[in-house]
Design a protein around this ligand. Structure first.
Ligand code: CP
Length: 315
């Protein structure tokens, strides 16, 4: 059994692909520890001189605040900004991310960064001497949200132990950062059957198809969520925002009348914020797992951070 003190993370966490199965299982185990009991006073004392920089260039409710909560619960300290506009690199000054990194090197011990684009976190890392955690970068190729995937897999494990077989119905844009990181994460678990429900002509990126093929993941495309509901243990929805040029697609909506098709133990997950695909009427359903999923973000991020703190505190 892994203890809080002997779990170590030191490299950047930009992609979930950088973690092996053992490390992911250690994070799950530690997160479970933090879910049932608070860190003891000795751990908090060891962490008290550690400073985390929270660099959010794109809005966030869950990721930013659950990281902040995790840092505080672990006894460390956090500095940073919630709005890129209030920084030189996120405002019209356009300071290079490499310069920002050189400043943060002197101000903190670890950096957490979110950006609406894919590249900035990679540019930042060129000059960062600190470990960098990607808290979500852009959409599409090379976009990822690795800590979201970790809290997702933790949430799945709470209901369906990962050593058993399960069917995951993923109903979302397959190149969104949350979907990509989750797909790469489940590629490590060879007993997950994958159903992909997507908008018309909306397929996996060729690079992602190749990755999943090489990892031995098989999947089937569906055009209507109803087709997958009866066999799914986990229904993972993700946000589709209604805009003038993107109108709701009823094939992708989990409307309350569809709940009767679900297996009694099936869970509905969503990284949130929601779009039209997840009506508010589902919130009181026994299948609703998306609020506990968001809560799990705190415990999982505590586990990830403690892995880094064990290295930083030992220097
Ligand atoms: N799931 C997620 O990333 O939510 P936030 O955008 O609120 O952080």
């Amino acid at each position: 059994m892994i203890s809080v003190r002997n779990f170590f993370l030191k490299d950047n966490l930009l992609s979930i692909k950088s973690l092996d199965l053992d490390t992911i299982m250690n994070i799950i185990e530690l997160a479970q520890n933090f879910k049932v009991s608070k860190p003891d006073k000795k751990i908090k004392k060891r962490n008290e001189d550690i400073l985390v920089a929270s660099l959010f260039f794109q809005p966030s409710t869950r990721t930013r605040l659950s990281f902040e909560s995790a840092v505080n619960r672990l006894g460390a300290k956090i500095i940073g900004f919630a709005d890129g506009e209030s920084s030189r690199s996120g405002s019209s000054w356009n300071e290079k991310f490499t310069d920002t990194a050189q400043m943060i090197n002197a101000y903190a011990d670890i950096a957490i960064m979110r950006h609406a684009k894919v590249e900035p976190v990679h540019n930042y890392c060129i000059k960062s001497r600190l470990p960098v955690i990607n808290a979500g970068n852009g959409e599409g190729l090379n976009a990822e949200h690795p800590t979201q995937a970790l809290l997702d897999i933790f949430t799945i494990h709470q209901s369906f132990p990962l050593h058993k077989s399960l069917t995951l119905l993923l109903c979302c844009h397959p190149s969104s950062r949350s979907a990509r990181s989750l797909l790469f994460c489940i590629a490590l678990f060879h007993n997950i059957k994958l159903l992909l429900c997507t908008e018309q002509n909306c397929k996996l990126l060729p690079e992602d198809e190749a990755y999943l093929r090489q990892a031995g993941v098989t999947y089937e495309y569906l055009r209507n969520i109803k087709e997958g509901l009866c066999s799914a243990d986990v229904i993972y929805m993700a946000g589709y925002k209604e805009t003038a040029d993107h109108l709701p697609d009823s094939n992708l909506m989990l409307t309350p009348d569809l709940l009767s098709y679900l297996h009694p133990r099936a869970i509905i997950m969503h990284p949130l914020p929601r779009g039209y695909e997840l009506p508010y009427e589902l919130d009181n359903s026994v299948h609703c797992a998306y609020f506990s999923q968001a809560e799990n973000g705190v415990f999982v991020r505590m586990a990830i951070l403690q892995g880094y703190f064990n290295v930083i505190g030992g220097r």
